[in-house]
Design a protein around this ligand. Structure first.
Ligand code: COA
Length: 168
């Protein structure tokens, strides 16, 4: 059985990520969205909130599962009994960086391959932080993230603003 892990921080998941997940689900028997519990990035959404959002927008894809992990990606991949790591590629610069990571992961476990997935050109400029920035200044983000995630992001940013005001 072919099983791929698509890892990331997903703070929040974008339409670019969703494109990769949907395409991958047609290629692999099973796709695990591996949500990294990455405190270094100081995420806006909690792990649970991010998992719930991804589960909601992928609920129509039966072979996609969302699982969170800490620590080394390769340990998670082996724990999941997956044989492929999927990484979306938006630009040439990103490819170089991802290639280095793929080599490092290959040294850790030679039996697991990294596959690069070209992103949809419509989303090559989209990233989670770009979406958070645009939303924070009241910009329109529905072209970049699914509707339900856009609503949660606007609400979250409002909550955060309120808390910051109260803390002053
Ligand atoms: N569409 C839109 N945006 C995309 C995208 C796509 N298809 N693919 C990536 N991105 C964006 C993300 O939104 C994110 O944007 P941001 O920086 O503005 O938040 C950025 O690209 C990179 O994010 P992501 O792909 O989620 O990677 P990451 O850096 O958060 O995490 C891991 C990558 C999880 C693979 C890596 O950090 C990891 O493996 N960590 C575990 C520790 C480990 O094993 N280290 C050794 C690795 S060799």
């Amino acid at each position: 059985m072919s099983k791929a892990v698509y890892p990331g921080t997903f703070d929040p998941l974008t339409r670019g990520h969703l494109y990769v997940i949907r395409r991958a689900a047609k290629i692999f028997d099973s796709v695990i969205v591996g949500l990294l519990n990455n405190s270094a990035k100081n995420p806006l959404f909690s792990v649970q909130e991010r998992m719930d959002m991804i589960r909601e927008v992928t609920s129509d894809i039966p072979n996609v599962e969302v699982v969170s992990f800490d620590g080394l990606l390769m340990h998670f991949v082996l724990e999941q009994k997956a044989n492929v790591i999927l990484r979306g590629i938006r630009t040439g610069t990103e490819f170089e960086f991802e290639l280095m990571n793929a080599h490092a992961n290959k040294k850790i476990e030679p039996e697991v391959d990294t596959l690069f997935f070209p992103c949809d050109s419509d989303f090559s400029c989209v990233s989670s932080s770009m979406v958070r920035d645009v939303a924070a200044y009241g910009g329109e983000i529905r072209d970049f993230v699914p509707e339900s995630i856009a609503e949660k992001l606007y609400l979250k940013l409002e909550e955060k603003k309120k808390q910051e005001k109260e803390g002053q």
